[in-house]
Design a protein around this ligand. Structure first.
Ligand code: MG
Length: 386
């Protein structure tokens, strides 16, 4: 029986994790859940999974939930705030912590879990972009494993089982391409509505815009470089509109190993739970005759400047990826608010990176400071009209 904790259980990834867990009741037991403030969702999750403890970031919501637990005869302990989250993430007798909380709170809880020697399954992209090398060094020191939940990184992980790192020549990261990889009109006139209209995936607004600028793929390239210890120049991005090949690994002898499946987050989640075993899932089997063909195209680095910026940030290293991520976050929010143009996102990110003074200290505090500085600087740029 695997005992797990899910941080961010009311979010879309968190709910998908619980979906997988509810089909694997003989194999997995939920020991703890954490949410920001959505206690209505948490109440039904408590009833269904009966965790030992939960954490609610908002103290008022936590108090209401505590009263609810008492009046409903629930034995669940309720924690709150940042301290509560850390307490939950470091619970004794737990095998794996699923980290799907967004933002810097998420980073802190991942680090707390690793320090307490828990294996972690990471769905929080910015943590690996912000403080990836620091996190990976810490996992090595503590002897714990990291399991990727992103479909591309799970694919790479699956293609690397049993392989030596020195045998890997390059990683081929696939991208659906978003709504604009074939768009030939003026990018500066792209509207919020157009950018939110992703052809194949239904996702949150932030990641949908990141998919439209291809920044999402840039972030994923950095994530892959960190997770698998491969230099960024050995990571190639290719557009694959069918989203069937989730990524590939090319080996020294010229062999390429790919992972294919119908796109479904349940698979990476389940594999993180069962690794190295494989068990049946609900994913619809591939029908190659229905698919017919798989296409691959080169991404245009001139049209999608965020891609080049991500490679630049990865090469510079230290605090630069954190700064890029933070400036992007602020710019995407401003674009969604109709304060800036689609093409301004890349401009603001570039200006913020160029103005940043790199700090070479490897501490969580350094990364958090860089994140905060970049957010403030990017906001100033937007206020000034870039
Ligand atoms: Mg992805």
């Amino acid at each position: 029986m695997k005992k797990i904790i899910i941080l961010g259980s009311s979010g879309s990834v968190g709910m998908q994790i619980l979906d997988v867990v509810s089909r694997m009741k003989d194999y997995v037991c939920v020991k703890g859940l954490a949410v920001g403030s959505n206690i209505n969702v948490l109440k039904s999750q408590i009833k269904k999974f009966n965790p030992t403890a939960v954490s609610v970031n908002d103290p008022v919501a936590a108090r209401i939930l505590k009263e609810w637990c008492v009046s409903n005869d629930m034995q669940t302990n309720v924690y709150s705030g940042a301290a509560g989250l850390e307490k939950l993430a470091t619970t004794r007798d737990v095998d794996m912590v699923f980290a799907s909380i967004v933002g810097s709170v998420g980073v802190k809880s991942i680090i707390a879990a690793i320090k307490a020697r828990k294996n972690v399954a990471i769905a929080n992209k910015e943590s690996l972009v912000m403080a990836g090398n620091y996190i990976m060094n810490l996992t090595a020191k503590k002897g714990v494993s990291v399991f990727p939940i992103d479909s591309e990184h799970s694919a790479i992980f699956q293609c690397c089982v049993g392989a030596k790192k020195s045998h890997i020549k390059k990683i081929i990261l696939t991208a659906s391409g978003g709504p604009f990889y074939r768009y030939n009109k003026d990018f500066s006139k792209i509207s919020v509505e157009q950018a939110l209209n992703h052809p194949t995936w239904k996702m949150g607004k932030k990641i949908t815009i990141d998919s439209a600028t291809l920044m999402n793929k840039g972030l994923e390239a950095i994530e892959a470089s960190v997770l698998f210890g491969i230099p960024i120049d050995n990571i190639e991005i290719i557009i694959h509109p069918q989203s069937i090949v989730h990524s590939m690994v090319e080996y020294a002898d010229g062999s390429v190993i790919a992972q294919l499946s119908n796109p479904d987050m349940c698979l990476p989640i389940q594999y993180a739970l069962t690794y190295p075993e494989r068990v049946p899932s609900n994913v619809k089997p591939l029908n190659f005759f229905e698919i017919g063909k798989l296409e691959f195209y080169k991404p245009d680095f001139d049209k999608f400047r965020c891609l080049g910026l991500a490679y630049y940030a990865a090469k510079k290293g230290y605090t630069v990826p954190a700064v890029m991520n933070a400036a992007n976050e602020v710019s995407v929010a401003a674009f969604l608010n109709k304060e800036i143009k689609f093409t301004d996102i890349g401009k603001i990110v570039e200006k913020t990176i160029k103005f940043h003074k790199i700090s070479k200290r490897m501490s969580l505090d350094t990364f958090l400071k860089a994140d905060l500085w970049a957010k403030q600087y990017a906001k100033k740029l937007i206020e000034k009209g870039i």
